[in-house]
Design a binder for this molecule. Structure first.
Ligand SMILES: Nc1ncnc2c1ncn2[C@@H]1O[C@H](COP(=O)(O)OP(=O)(O)OP(=O)(O)O)[C@@H](O)[C@H]1O
Ligand SMILES: [Mg+2]
Length: 242
């Protein structure tokens, strides 16, 4: 299997404080991969390195054979590596439709397999609320909009940073189901998720990172049975992070 994305020995630091210490990770075309780990482990830093928002201090990131380190974020997104950022970052004063249309700016001539119609089928509430201000949507609806906006940009690989954060459990189930259906239709996904149990239940493979290092990796269903993973990440009461 050829890897779509390969990060090798990636390191990153903020003012000399190490956030990533030699992380290697690979995602193959069509895979749904989870990245889990405690607060401050470096999950967001890793996604931000992949999307070009944070510049790594060492290592390499190859996307479809091309080196990405040093590439500006807008350029990375034009290659089809698109991130749904933590906190959604939708434009509250624009309508749902306008937010979705903005997502298409990442295309720059490329084609997106995800038309408005397809996104509306995935999240019918976005069609119903099309002309409303995005700021008037609920948290779950805003998350759906953030995902829809990224889809409009024609992702070949979609990165998501804790899409379930702050959402009611029933909405989390809906969002994860939508991601699984996107993956089943062929979209490659790398998901950072606070809820390790749900992340392992939804994905093919997973990486566990701690203090900037990969400490476990493997098939999600096997990691979910690994006593060390259960003890540290899947124990009772270890579901919410805030
Ligand atoms: N902008 C920043 N400036 C300084 N330090 C930062 C910055 N962003 C993250 N850090 C530090 O880098 C380390 C990794 O943070 P990161 O946000 O990547 O972790 P995370 O796994 O995403 O955590 P969380 O689960 O809380 O989202 C932490 O020690 C954090 O305090
Ligand atoms: Mg984070």
């Amino acid at each position: 299997m050829t890897h779509m994305l390969t990060a090798t020995d990636l390191s990153a630091a903020y003012s000399g404080i190490h956030a990533l210490r030699g992380v290697s990770l690979a995602v193959s075309e069509g895979e749904f991969v989870a990245l889990i780990g405690p607060n401050g482990a470096g999950k967001s830093t890793l996604l931000n390195c992949l999307s070009g928002v944070v510049r790594p201090t060492g290592g390499s990131i190859r996307f479809n054979g091309e080196e990405l380190v040093g590439t500006a974020p807008w350029h990375v997104s034009r290659k089809g590596l698109l991130q749904v950022p933590e906190g959604r970052q939708i434009l509250a004063n624009l309508t749902v439709r306008e937010n979705l249309e903005l997502g298409a700016t990442a295309l720059s001539g490329r084609h997106s397999a995800y038309t408005l119609e397809r996104i509306n089928n995935l999240f019918p509430i976005l069609a119903e609320r099309r002309e409303q201000r995005a700021g008037s949507l609920s948290g779950g609806q805003q998350q759906m909009l953030a995902i829809g906006r990224a889809l409009m940009g024609g992702p070949r690989l979609l990165l998501l940073d804790e899409p379930s954060l702050g959402l009611a459990p029933v909405i989390v189930v809906q969002v994860l189901a939508a991601l699984r259906s996107l993956n089943a239709e062929g979209l490659t996904i790398l998901l950072v998720e606070q809820n390790a149990r749900q992340a392992l239940d939804s994905t093919d493979r997973a990486y566990v990172i701690e203090q900037g290092r990969v400490v476990h990796e493997g098939v999600s269903s096997e990691l979910a049975k690994d006593p060390a993973v259960i003890a540290h990440y899947l124990g009772q009461g270890k579901t919410a992070k805030h």
